[in-house]
Write a protein that binds this ligand. Structure first.
Ligand code: SGN
Ligand code: CA
Length: 521
């Protein structure tokens, strides 16, 4: 057995060498296969991560990952929604290739090829803790413990490998970290390399922080983004959404202002969530919120004042929830460091998509517009990878699977849509790197009512086609209009640009074999 293992590892190193070409010396500098820790949060957007944006939050532990490695400045998702993003991530395929199109109608076909299965077959120990959201049970993992659906912030249920549902006491972000560290310490075979996926529920709606953080940031106020009162001129799909902070963000469910009306879906949902808190947690919660609630209902805010109040409560709740996340990522990093694992481990931090923090007046995601197509991606690099600073190439979440495969010395299948990021981590700038990204969002009609659309994004341009119960094109010049307020589609002087982008879009739809495509005129 032992001999087999040793043979396998030398095989891994040799395979890595052959794949990595002349830079392979760095990739296998330690002569041991590299481990992978993949930390994914939910709805964490780059505007709220200080290594990307210093206006709002401070995230020293997440920033540490970037400082000891790289920050991807052009990192995007293929379909800005949880389940689809996770499916893209584990398969390295666009939604049309993995069959998981949306959260409402799909069950992930867990018999299909996935990166965890391939790593497991190559001798890696594989583990998954936290939000999964793919409806079928995880396959390809030696250990998993997942949340049912979206999970709960307090005293959460977990589904175990024995398919029992267990209840854990405490705050979810800490519990997921505890379970991850426990597996690293006692659950795995320490003679084998590992790939651990730590999937947080934080910072998903309704942004409930740990009781110890309830009183943070109460003295901070945030100005509304410039385009908060967007009128969506020239953008009918943007006008039709239901994700407006003013209209759709619920003061009870989202902003915790318990009032007399407890009968809506959302306020009823909040009562159910509060019912999970134990007496001590509930006391801390009510002690903090009761005076805020009283003050809110006594003021009868309207218009601009109500907008500012809602936006500020949203920002604070999000940041308080983020505080635990940043602390807990720090705790996991400390564990890796104290156990001499950092030198030999690639630590990746990503979100399942970006999020709106009031831009266009919104929360949520889904749209191909920048705030939600973009996603944070930082990587702490193992010894031997000297690249530091920003990686500016266009990358997408379909690239994570091939990256992890290549790092493990496993051959990346020819038909995988994503491409390995390893050359970028080695400091190369391949001249043939992709110049355009494909995007396709399907979940409609559904919550938030974002219409179906696909599109192409280059470093300068974005072309979007909204379809289904609408037939509407949008063109943005990201250099001159980074907030995507001016739809240029139909303007004569951009006709050539539109033709060029349409050809590029169709080529991508053909390349990825997307059955839903348009016809060139
Ligand atoms: C829930 C939320 C939505 C959110 C989806 C998808 N509503 O349904 O606001 O867009 O999740 O989010 S809630 O009333 O239940 O909070 S995803 O990140 O899992 O795709
Ligand atoms: Ca999400």
């Amino acid at each position: 057995m032992k001999t087999d293992r040793l043979m396998l590892w030398s095989g891994v190193a040799a395979a890595a060498g052959s794949l990595c070409g002349c830079a392979s010396k760095t990739a296998v500098a330690t002569d041991k296969p590299l481990n992978i820790v993949y930390i994914m949060t939910d709805d964490h957007t780059a505007q709220m991560m200080s290594c990307y944006d210093k206006r709002y939050a401070s995230t020293p532990n997440l920033d540490r990952l970037a400082n000891e490695g790289v920050r991807f400045t052009n990192s995007f998702v293929a379909n800005s929604l949880s389940g689809p993003s996770r499916a893209c991530m584990v398969t390295g395929m666009h939604s049309c290739g993995n069959g998981f199109y949306d959260n409402t109608n799909c069950v992930f076909d867990n018999t299909q090829r996935t990166m965890p299965k391939m790593l497991q077959s190559a001798g890696y120990q594989t583990a998954l803790v936290g939000k999964w959201h793919l409806e079928s049970l995880p396959t390809g993992f030696d250990y998993w413990e997942i949340l049912p659906g979206q999970g709960s912030y307090y005293n959460p249920d977990f589904i175990t490998m024995q398919q029992d549902t267990i209840v854990e006491s405490g705050y979810l972000t800490s519990i997921i970290t505890d379970k991850s560290i426990e597996w690293l310490e006692n659950g795995r075979d320490k003679d084998k390399p590992f790939m651990l996926m730590v999937h947080h529920k934080a910072l998903h709606r309704n942004w409930m922080c740990d009781t110890c953080n309830l009183r943070l940031y109460e003295d901070k106020t945030f100005p509304l983004p410039d385009n908060f009162f967007d009128d969506y001129e020239g953008r009918p799909a943007a006008a039709a959404q239901e994700m407006s902070i003013m209209k759709d963000m619920d003061v009870i469910y989202d902003l915790k202002m318990r009032g007399d009306d407890r009968h809506s879906r959302l306020s009823g949902g909040y009562e159910g969530i509060l019912g999970r808190l134990n007496a001590e947690q509930r006391k801390a919660w009510d002690d903090f919120y009761n005076p805020v609630i009283e003050d809110f209902y006594s003021r009868n805010l309207e218009g601009q004042e109500l907008a500012e109040w809602k936006f500020n409560r949203y920002m604070r709740d999000y940041m308080k929830t983020l505080k635990s996340l940043d602390d807990e990522v720090g705790r996991l990093l400390d564990y890796l460091e104290e156990n001499d694992l950092l030198d030999n481990t690639l630590v990746v931090y990503a979100s399942d998509q970006g999020f709106y923090m009031g831009e266009h007046g919104w929360f949520d995601k889904r749209f191909m517009y920048e705030e939600s197509m973009h996603t944070p991606l930082v990587m702490r690099l193992p010894k031997g990878y000297e690249r530091r600073g920003d990686v500016e190439e266009l990358v997408q979440n379909i690239d994570y699977a091939p990256t992890f495969l290549e790092i493990a010395g496993v051959e990346v299948p020819e038909d995988m849509h994503g491409v390995s990021l390893l050359p970028l981590l080695r400091g190369e700038h391949p001249s043939e790197w992709r110049d355009a990204l494909y995007y396709h969002f399907y979940e409609y009609p559904a919550e938030h009512m974002v219409k179906r659309h696909y599109g192409v994004r280059t470093d300068r341009w974005k072309l979007i086609h909204f379809y289904n119960d609408i037939d509407h094109w949008e063109l943005y010049d990201l250099q001159n209009d980074p907030s995507e307020m001016h739809n240029l589609y139909g303007e004569e002087k951009y006709a050539d640009t539109v033709q060029m982008l349409k050809a590029r879009l169709l080529a991508l739809q053909e390349q990825y074999n997307d059955p839903i495509r348009f016809e060139m005129e």
